[in-house]
Design a protein around this ligand. Structure first.
Ligand code: BGC
Length: 391
């Protein structure tokens, strides 16, 4: 080859090399770009199974732009799974439940459900309203718990997908007939779950009635921010409350509001759930641990911070914001290893915790508590947001 040809070849080689480098850079940036590109929000609706009466149950799989997912079924308005990232970006399912519908139909301590018409207990299953005494189904010794034998957690809800600029969801509605489980009035309830692009699970509750009735709807998710790897005693909890409603042996509020200061009920400063749960404190005996309603500090009418939970090993953080005046913090004391849940995991003692935003238990029998009575012409409207992050 002549010197000129060599020069031309070298020149061409430099260019080809430069082009290869450029191309690979571009590819790399495309890969990086792809990682950074937000995913599209998605709603996928499938059949999850049938109830024993042959009713079809649908499963809504929601995905937000960050890849977080929530699966919600029309039976019980139950959140079947909720996948949120840890500090390293790893997605894990952070709620307890079953892999299939059969599990929920057989036995469930209200895993992931909406409970109603009245969340938590009504003493002796009885209350008097406008001079009439109503008798409810009793399903918790002599008391009425979470709506009775067939509460809102055990019925199939009507469904409608929800697309919003900031998230995807499902609107679920149920007509609870006059006399159901002993309650007065036809109650139309609508619960809308929205998985937002800020990694929040937002729940809006609306209800109307044609006769005065007590209403207290809540979400009974059992959270385990480790992804169900171990019990919840290491989770660090803050409750924005300096009083709670003490209970009797049947977990019915006495009617008092008791200061938490100086007791194991004080979560005003973040404290591990397990730190004082076995303390020698009379109020911890009835429920075998934390199973009480805390009286929330509220700032105005909208959403106020009720609770914040930090899980140190994964860095996951959950905040609970609500328009409700109370929150039932239940530490999963009645889980005892007899339930095998998702992926064959055995749910041992205190494997999940609930933060059920609500009006106080037994309010229909406690005139001093904020009222839970909904009357014709009024609209029951509450909102709770579970907000997830990691650090
Ligand atoms: C109650 C507990 C009950 C649990 C599951 C909670 O809301 O406060 O006492 O065991 O639900 O039924």
């Amino acid at each position: 080859m002549s010197t000129r040809t060599w020069r031309l070849a070298a020149f061409a080689a430099v260019w080809v090399g430069a082009l290869i480098v450029l191309a690979s850079c571009e590819r790399a940036s495309r890969i990086v770009g792809k990682k950074e590109t937000k995913q599209a929000m998605d709603i996928d609706v499938t059949t999850f199974g049938k109830t024993s009466e042959g009713q079809e149950v649908k499963l809504y799989a929601l995905r937000n732009t960050r890849g977080a997912t929530a699966k919600i079924m029309t039976y019980g308005a139950i959140v079947v799974s909720l996948e949120m990232p840890d500090a390293k970006g790893q997605m894990d399912d952070i709620v307890l439940g079953y892999d299939n519908l059969e599990g929920y139909l057989k036995v469930t301590p209200y895993f992931g459900a909406i409970v109603g018409r009245y969340g938590n207990r009504i003493g002796k299953g009885r209350f008097t309203l406008d001079g009439v005494t109503y008798t409810l189904v009793t399903n918790n010794n002599e008391n009425h718990l979470h709506g009775g034998l067939k509460g809102f957690d055990k019925v199939v809800w009507d469904d409608k997908p929800v697309w919003k600029a900031d998230g995807v969801g499902v609107e679920l509605s149920y007509l609870s007939k006059d006399g159901e489980e002993g309650y007065p009035g036809n109650l139309k309830a609508t619960v809308t779950y929205l998985l937002t692009n800020k990694n929040e699970l937002r729940i809006d509750y609306v209800a109307t009635t044609d006769k005065a009735t007590p209403v207290n709807l809540t979400h009974h998710g059992y959270f385990n921010l480790t992804g169900g790897e171990r019990d919840i005693l290491g989770h660090v909890l803050m409750l924005n409350a300096d009083k709670f409603t003490p209970v009797d042996a049947g977990l019915i509020p006495t009617g008092d509001l008791q200061p938490v200061a100086g007791t194991p009920m004080d979560f005003t400063k973040p404290t591990a759930i397990g730190e004082r749960i076995e303390a020698d404190f009379e109020q911890l005996k009835a429920g075998g641990g934390y199973d009480h309603n805390w009286v929330l500090h509220r700032s105005g009418k909208g959403l106020s911070l009720a609770a914040k939970v930090v899980e140190p090993t994964t860095g996951r953080v959950m905040e609970v914001w609500t328009s409700e005046p109370g929150v039932q913090f239940y530490a999963g004391n009645f889980l005892d290893g007899t339930i095998t849940g998702k992926e064959g995991k055995v749910y041992q003692h205190r494997w999940g915790f609930c933060l059920e935003t609500q009006h106080y238990p037994d309010s229909p029998n406690k005139p001093a508590f904020p009222s839970t009575i909904l009357r014709p012409g009024e609209k029951y409207e509450t909102t709770t947001v579970y907000r997830f992050s990691a650090k």
